[in-house]
Ligand binder design. Sequence first.
Ligand code: SF4
Length: 370
Amino acid sequence: MSSFTDTFNTYNWDDTLQSIFSKTESDVLRALGNSKRDLEDFRALISPAAKPYLEDMAQLSRALTKKRFGNTIQMYSPMYLSNECQNICTYCGFSMTNKIPRRTLTDTEILKEVAYIKSKGYDHILLVTGEANKTVGVEYIKNALQLIRSHFSNITIEVQPLDQKDYEELIDNGLFAVLVYQETYHRDEYKKHHPKGKKSNFNYRLETPDRLGKAGIHKIGLGALFGLEDWRADSFFTALHLKYLQKTYWKTKYSISFPRLRPHSGGLDPKVEMTDPDLVQLICAFRLLDEDVELSMSTRESEVFRNNIVNLGVTSISAESKTNPGGYAVAPESLEQFEISDERSTEAVASMLKSKGLEVVWKDWANNWE
Ligand code: SF4
């Protein structure tokens, strides 16, 4: 059966990178002037040649976002259910060989966390687990969905990639969206960072959005972990993935996230640095490529950076995130997956958004569109 792998295999990493770096000022000006932009325009917009045009990109991105999403921004909260993991990922505090106390929330603990998150006003939740089939497999996630579905309008998960039939079962139990980041689209680097466990299977992960699309999921979130490889090439492949999925599973909606490597227990330094202006350029480039795609910004980024980016194209933002299971109300002292950067309260972030003329939306966009 055909999948994104077929498309992906027709591309070469080095050629892709070289084509991005060879873009000129006239390519950038053409991309800025086009009313509909394609992947060639995207290459130009993420190229070094576009750097002097960052302000033009920001203005266009702001205008397109306002046209499509109005003066609104959606807020969501992540809830970590477990830090058990059978994978080794070089960049993650939950990696199997890290000697940390492991914890998986019970039903009572899940409901305690839910009560805290609800008290803050959230109506859209992101459930996160490590990848441990025995502890947090399909049955555990299904049970969590059943437990909390009456409390939230939308439930998104970021858990191990699953088979199509598993996704179908979870959708029947209230699943709304799935985030699955490829981490890096560079096959060899991917192998280095995922030496052990199910996650070491590059193709299975790459084809996860295909299985989700076939299962009829409402929304899929894509992204790469910036720092593992060159951010420009990884972003191009993310955009390629997005365009393939939109064409193939056109009923599904899509979001893009922009995680940069953060310090964690057993830390890894970024191989390739992505600066703040690079990240602004990338967010604007995605908005210019696609007016409809949702762009999400987590608390990995600093308070100052998030304050500046919210008017430039981002459509959803988390706040007060805890990246440890039970971190809100059950076990606030347990070890985090990574250190968050913006530690402000939900109320402080909401009031910052209001001060910038943005109305906070607590449900997913889908509830406003349909
Ligand atoms: S990134 Fe995910 S799969 Fe990898 S070690 Fe961390 S929790 Fe496990």
